[in-house]
Design a protein around this ligand. Structure first.
Ligand SMILES: N[C@@H](CCC(=O)N[C@@H](CS)C(=O)NCC(=O)O)C(=O)O
Length: 196
């Protein structure tokens, strides 16, 4: 057992970046154990004993307890901070975006990025629905951000961190963010907030 938070993460994974971003914003000391998906390090018996789902990120707490799912980990680490609004409605709006990110955004942008950029597949060999679905996702975000600086309220929240994790790599998924200028400006703003 370590005496600090341990993050098992893959450096190429936006889901894993989310956890690191929040640990750093919260100034939580942590150690990072690089766990490569491409090298199948999420499939070893040791890793599967920690997360039977065979996915990163996971964290182990100093007392040995394990937590999986990037957005659940962010919620745990950010508990009590301004990254989670106190107002019940605003807080639920953040959670609304976290669910949308996992169901509608990550499953499109992150998946297309993985196939195009990391598996180096030709466009013709990638699920053809991902491109129009990604354009729809980015269009929805662009509309939302037209009059707003952040996804919820007037300040950085977990909604922005979850959504920026893969949006900032949109070009690697084949999406030129210049087509969605409010998204592009917001990505720059959130990256500045995160010190990137
Ligand atoms: N919903 C999960 C998704 C985790 C996920 O898809 N992790 C990928 C890396 S980004 C992974 O470990 N893939 C290996 C696999 O599924 O076999 C989360 O948000 O943490």
């Amino acid at each position: 057992m370590a005496d600090v938070l341990t993050i098992y993460g893959d450096s190429i994974s936006g889901n894993c970046h989310k956890v690191r971003f929040v640990a750093e914003l919260m100034k939580i000391p942590y150690r990072w154990i690089e766990t490569s998906v491409l090298k199948k390090e999420t499939r070893t018996p040791e890793f599967l004993a920690l997360n039977p789902a065979g996915q990163v990120p996971i964290v182990t707490l100093p007392d040995g307890r394990v937590l999986a799912q990037s957005n659940a980990i962010m919620l745990y680490l950010a508990e009590g901070s301004d990254l989670i609004p106190q107002d019940a409605y605003a807080r639920a709006q953040v959670v609304q975006w976290l669910f949308w990110e996992q169901y509608s955004h990550e499953t499109v942008i992150a998946v297309r990025r993985f196939h195009k950029h990391y598996l180096q597949k030709a466009d013709a060999d990638i699920d053809p629905t991902l491109l129009p679905r990604g354009e729809k996702v980015l269009g929805l975000m662009n509309d939302h951000l037209a009059q707003r600086r952040y996804f919820v309220g007037e300040r950085l929240s977990l909604a922005d961190i979850a959504l920026v994790a893969y949006t900032r790599f949109g070009h690697e998924a084949g999406f030129d963010l210049a087509k969605w200028p409010h998204v592009q400006t917001w990505v720059q703003r959130i990256e500045a907030n995160l010190g990137l």
